[in-house]
Design a protein around this ligand. Structure first.
Ligand SMILES: Cc1cc2nc3c(=O)[nH]c(=O)nc-3n(C[C@H](O)[C@H](O)[C@H](O)COP(=O)(O)OP(=O)(O)OC[C@H]3O[C@@H](n4cnc5c(N)ncnc54)[C@H](O)[C@@H]3O)c2cc1C
Length: 414
């Protein structure tokens, strides 16, 4: 079968791992698994160009992994460095947190990370997947059946694939997760994120600014040139109102809410809308199925964590399967999937809990909560070791990272 086969109709084919989902988490997992020596087929679903207007701030470990996989050089010019992290209390409440401003050089980095449009990242990943000779089929998985010794995926439009393991990178409403019988715990918030990209008259100077407002964060993240992306978390009714504005009025609204720190704003056409929730599956892997990306964790867009977690999923999966194969055990069996579950649990659960706590502290009308948040931010701003610990923990958890995040190929010894 050729790479990027356009036809949804394929004969029965067997491989090591089928990845369901051609978003950034799925394509990255495919590259990681291929680098670990596995045969992989990606079922990417029908292509829908221009649909995802999100950008992702890729933090240090994610960039290392993309460099190690040979993806970074092709996309670096489309990514903007984030060198200063600024938090502004815009809650207007009595006890307000002071401004926190951290610089990457304080923790010995050239940049905290790089912000890139998901569409550009996906194009770069897709090109790398093609170069690696990985088969990508632009068809959806219609059914997934997990037997004790084999996983079978039927394609919409005909065709069957079998594998030792199916990786579900199929997003929030994961078919693979449902087929594996994995339940989720879900917390919904009365908040909606409105996303857009825009150009502006003043330079951003590589500063990412997060205004903490009573309805959630309002975040401006640099893009290359005098351009930035916006994530504006508001109530669902406010979101409806923002989505109905024409581009000129929406630009003025960004200007107003950002206190014009970037000067005059011209909004690009097109806006995204995402209802905020935390969704955590009860398991991240079970015999014949592993979950990666948003299939494994949905978190609100606070602190640029979602896709960074998603890339760590793919990298950790490659490590676990490489270790299983080296030990001569079944790569889709109970033991390998229990190891994957253990490898991802602390990272995903602790990040989700931290994001929940921060988001709740913004939404809470309870004064002591604001006092604590203000005190925390004040301490972080004033106390050097705390500042650095906060900045480092935002980038990467202290626990051991998957090999790719450390610049090591999964096929190499840890
Ligand atoms: C407003 C906002 C801002 C964000 N900012 C950041 C940030 O700065 N940094 C960060 O790290 N993260 C960020 N995130 C999170 C990040 O965008 C997501 O984690 C990431 O896009 C998820 O990628 P994914 O590949 O898991 O899922 P998706 O991008 O949803 O991809 C899933 C893919 O699976 C396909 N699919 C679904 N069902 C099937 C099927 N049955 N068969 C075949 N294919 C199927 C879909 O078509 C889709 O292509 C943000 C999220 C939001 C909402």
């Amino acid at each position: 079968m050729s790479a990027s086969a356009p036809s949804p109709t394929v004969p029965a084919v067997s491989t090591d791992v089928i990845i369901v989902g051609g978003g950034p988490a799925g394509l990255f997992a495919a590259l990681a698994l291929k680098a670990a020596g596995f045969d992989v087929i990606v079922l990417a679903g029908p292509r829908r160009p221009g649909l995802d207007q999100r950008t992702s701030a890729l933090l240090d470990g994610s960039v290392s992994a993309l460099k190690t996989l040979g993806v970074w050089d092709g996309i670096a010019a489309k990514a903007a460095p984030l060198r200063v992290m600024r938090l502004v209390d815009d809650t207007g409440r009595l006890i307000r947190a002071p401004l926190f401003e951290g610089r990457c050089e304080e923790i010995g980095l050239d940049a905290f990370g790089y912000n890139i449009a998901n569409a550009d990242l996906n194009d770069g990943l897709r090109a790398a997947v093609g170069r690696a000779g990985i088969t990508v089929i632009d068809a959806a998985a219609e059914t997934v059946a997990l037997a004790p010794d084999i996983a079978t995926v039927r394609l919409a439009g005909g065709g069957t694939l079998t594998a030792d393991l199916v990786a579900g990178a199929d997003g929030r409403a994961s078919l693979v997760r449902a087929a594996a019988g994995i339940d989720t715990i879900e917390t919904r918030y009365p908040q909606t994120a409105v996303t857009a990209n825009f150009s502006h008259s003043r330079p951003h100077e590589d500063v990412s600014t997060e205004f903490h407002t009573p309805s959630g964060p309002f975040t401006l993240v640099p893009l290359p040139g005098q351009r930035s992306s916006l994530v504006c978390v508001v109530t669902p009714s406010d979101a409806r109102r923002l989505l109905e504005l024409d581009d000129a009025a929406f630009g003025r609204e960004i200007e107003r809410r950002s206190q014009a720190i970037l000067g005059k704003v011209v909004a690009d056409p097109g806006r995204g809308r995402f209802d905020l929730a935390i969704v955590t599956p009860k398991r991240f892997g079970t015999a014949r199925a592993a979950l990666v990306g948003e299939a494994a964790h949905v978190v609100p867009p606070i602190g640029a964590q979602g896709l960074n977690l998603g890339l760590r999923d793919g990298a950790a999966l490659a490590d676990c399967l490489a270790d299983a194969r080296a030990a001569g055990t079944d790569i889709g069996g109970d033991a390998a999937m229990a190891a994957y579950d253990r490898a991802r649990r602390a990272d995903i659960v602790s990040r989700s809990a931290a994001i929940h706590a921060l988001n709740r502290s913004l939404l809470s009308g309870f004064m002591p909560v604001h006092g604590l948040r203000g005190l925390g931010l004040w301490l972080m701003d004033q106390v050097g070791p705390l500042r650095r610990a906060f900045m480092r923990e935002g980038l990467q958890p202290a626990r051991p990272q998957p090999r790719l995040m450390r610049g090591v190929l999964p096929s190499e010894a840890a």
